[in-house]
Design a binder for this molecule. Structure first.
Ligand code: 5GP
Ligand code: ZN
Length: 145
C-alpha cells in the first residue's frame, strides 16, 4: 500500500505532523509547503500533500487537484519573494528519476538569467512510424483509465 494518510517513518509526514521542524510557507487542509533544506537556490520550495502518497503514479485525483490548485500561487510567491525571473517546477518519481524522499513532492526552484543552473537533456528523435505507434499506444492506454 503506497497511499495512506500518514506514515510514521516518512520524513515529510513527520514535518506535516510537526514532529520535525521546517520553515513552513503555506498550509491548508490538503497541502503543505516549506523551504527545501538543501536549496538549489534561495527560496527553493517543496509543495507536498498532507496525506502520504509515494509518488505521482499513486496520487488520487483529488489530492493532485489540491496540489495543482496551489501551484500557480506558489510559483508567483517564488518569483516575488526570491526575486526570480522564472521558476522550474520539478517532480521526481522513483529512485531512477532522482526521487530520494518517497512522499510525493513538487520542487519550485527560483531561476534567474545568470544563475548557471541547467538540466542535462539528451535530445533524441523517432524512427519512421515510431511516433505514430507510440501515440496510438498512449491513446489506447489512456482510454482504459
Ligand atoms: P527528491 O530528490 O526526493 O526529489 O527531493 C527531496 C528533497 O527533500 C531534497 O531536495 C532535500 O533537500 C529535501 N529534504 C530532505 N529531507 C528534508 C528535511 O528534513 N527538511 C526539508 N526542509 N527538506 C528536506
Ligand atoms: Zn509521507
Amino acid at each position: 500500500m503506497t497511499t495512506q494518510s500518514t506514515q510514521p517513518d516518512c520524513v515529510f509526514c513527520r514535518i506535516v505532523a510537526g514532529e520535525l521542524p521546517s520553515h513552513e510557507v503555506y498550509s491548508d487542509d490538503h497541502v503543505f509547503a516549506f523551504l527545501d533544506i538543501g536549496p538549489v537556490a534561495a527560496g527553493h520550495l517543496l509543495l507536498i500533500p498532507k496525506t502520504h502518497c509515494q509518488n505521482i503514479v499513486d496520487l488520487p485525483a483529488d489530492v493532485a487537484s489540491a496540489l495543482g490548485g496551489v501551484l500557480p500561487s506558489m510559483a508567483r510567491a517564488v518569483v516575488d519573494v526570491a526575486g526570480a525571473s522564472g521558476v522550474n517546477i520539478l517532480q521526481n518519481n522513483g529512485a531512477c528519476a532522482g526521487q530520494v524522499v518517497d512522499h510525493v513532492h513538487f520542487h519550485l526552484i527560483p531561476r534567474t538569467d545568470d544563475d548557471g543552473l541547467g538540466f542535462r537533456w539528451r535530445v533524441g528523435g523517432y524512427e519512421a512510424g515510431e511516433a505514430e505507434a507510440l501515440g496510438q499506444k498512449f491513446r489506447e492506454n489512456l482510454s482504459q483509465k
